[in-house]
Ligand binder design. Structure first.
Ligand code: HEC
Length: 157
C-alpha cells in the first residue's frame, strides 16, 4: 500500500526538481490552479450595476478605501498631496490595458505577479494571518471595484 502510493510521489518530485530550474514546475498544481496561474484578465463585471466614475474617483483617492495614491502617481489628481512611486504612474492606464485586464489588476494583482506588494482589493481568501474582524472580507466591495474601474477607464492618453 505505502509503496504503491509513494512511488508516483517520488517520480513526480524528481521530475519537479528538474523542472524547477526552468521555473515551470507544474506539480502538484491541480487543473483549477493552473487556470488561475494562466489568468491575465477578468471579463465579467462583479456587479450588474455599471460603475460610476465619480464615485470611483473617490474610492481611488480615499486613504481608507483604495489608497491608490500611496503607491501610484496620477497627474489628473495632482491637487492631492503625497503620491507614491512604488508602482507605475497610472496616467493613461486605460490606453495600455483593457477593462478586463484592469479588473484583474485591481481584484487580484497577485494572480499576475505573486510577489507584488500591491494589495488584492477584492479577494478575501488565501491570505495568511488575517485579523479576525477582516476574515472573509475584501478591502473593497464589488461595487466599489466597478466604480473604481469606471474611473480608471477615464484615464486615457
Ligand atoms: C502598496 C502599494 C500599492 C497600492 C496601494 C496600489 N498599487 Fe497598484 N501597483 C503597485 C505595484 C508595485 C505595481 C506594479 C506591478 C507589480 O508589482 O506587479 C502596481 C500596478 C498597478 C497597475 C498596472 C499598471 C501598469 O502600468 O502596469 C494598475 C492598473 C494598478 N496598480 C492600479 C491600482 C489601483 C487602482 C490601486 C488602488 C485601488 C492600486 N493600484 C493600489 C503597487 C500598489
Amino acid at each position: 500500500m505505502s509503496k504503491k502510493s509513494t512511488t508516483p510521489f517520488v517520480a513526480a518530485a524528481a521530475g519537479c526538481a528538474v523542472m524547477v530550474l526552468a521555473a515551470v514546475c507544474a506539480w502538484p498544481v491541480s487543473a483549477g490552479t493552473v487556470e488561475v496561474a494562466a489568468m491575465t484578465e477578468m471579463k465579467e463585471p462583479l456587479t450588474k450595476q455599471a460603475g460610476d466614475a465619480d464615485k470611483g474617483k473617490g474610492v481611488f483617492s480615499n486613504r481608507k478605501l483604495g489608497n491608490c495614491l500611496a503607491c501610484h502617481k496620477l497627474e489628473a489628481l495632482k491637487a492631492q498631496p503625497f503620491h507614491g512611486e512604488v508602482g507605475p504612474p497610472l496616467d493613461g492606464v486605460a490606453s495600455r490595458y483593457s477593462m478586463a485586464e484592469l479588473r484583474l489588476r485591481v481584484v487580484d494583482p497577485k494572480a499576475l505577479n505573486p510577489d507584488t506588494i500591491m494589495p488584492s482589493f477584492y479577494k478575501s481568501e488565501g491570505f495568511h494571518r488575517v485579523l479576525k474582524k477582516f476574515e472573509g472580507k475584501s478591502v473593497l466591495t464589488a461595487q466599489q471595484v466597478e466604480d473604481l474601474l469606471a474611473y480608471l477607464a477615464t484615464l486615457k492618453e
